[in-house]
Design a protein around this ligand. Structure first.
Ligand SMILES: NC(=O)C1=CN([C@@H]2O[C@H](COP(=O)(O)OP(=O)(O)OC[C@H]3O[C@@H](n4cnc5c(N)ncnc54)[C@H](O)[C@@H]3O)[C@@H](O)[C@H]2O)C=CC1
Ligand SMILES: CC/C=C\C[C@H](O)C(=O)/C=C/C=C/C=C\C=C\[C@@H](O)C/C=C\CCC(=O)O
Length: 143
């Protein structure tokens, strides 16, 4: 953010952090992974409201795809026990089947939308097979 910021000689820009649907909705087979992704979402939220971001002309958003057909996903779907808990691959595969699997093209198109649409700022983007791309705000209720 420092080097992108207008204040420090940059031109501003757009940061898109990659979290996961597992950071919002529970994936019962990968709880620790889900915690790390929830952390990425919250870190993005904290940066998005920071004075540094407001002054910098940097847009901050976070993407939360459900399952995507990549090498990591295939490894998990093929039964790599280091990626899931419980040891029940039939249940893991039933869960994947229920949620559906996005293509990398689906996710790339969503990323291009965030990058090119300059009104997209301070947003969570959920990408899932059945619901498509759904934007919501990172903003939370004040206390
Ligand atoms: N595949 C899925 O179902 C989903 C993945 N994600 C997230 O999307 C991101 C990408 O995931 P996948 O493509 O599935 O993983 P992947 O394991 O298939 O690919 C990751 C790529 O990152 C590269 N990489 C790893 N460490 C690196 C480093 N320090 N510097 C540069 N490159 C590095 C690897 O060589 C590999 O090409 C991850 O953050 C993952 O948690 C989010 C939601 C769903
Ligand atoms: C580990 C490597 C592969 C993929 C990681 C990926 O990021 C990931 O884990 C994605 C998860 C997506 C989860 C999506 C949806 C979750 C839906 C929940 O609302 C389901 C609710 C309860 C589950 C219990 C049940 O009813 O089965």
């Amino acid at each position: 953010m420092y080097y992108l910021s207008v204040e420090h000689g940059g031109r501003g820009g757009c940061i898109v952090n990659v979290a996961s649907m597992a950071g919002l909705n529970p994936n019962p087979f990968s709880p620790v992974y889900g915690c790390t992704k929830a952390g990425i979402i919250h870190a993005t939220r904290c940066y998005a409201v920071s004075e540094a971001a407001k002054k910098s002309n940097i847009r901050l958003n976070v993407m939360c795809p459900a399952f995507v057909d990549t090498p990591m996903f295939r490894q998990m779907a093929a039964g790599d026990a280091s990626q899931t808990i419980g040891g029940d691959q039939t249940a893991v595969n039933a869960f994947i089947e229920r949620i559906g699997v996005l293509s990398t093209e689906d996710v790339s198109a969503a990323l291009i939308d965030i990058l090119t649409d300059e009104t997209r700022n301070g947003l969570i983007l959920r990408c899932a097979k059945k619901t498509g791309n759904v934007y919501s705000t990172l903003t939370v209720q004040d206390v």
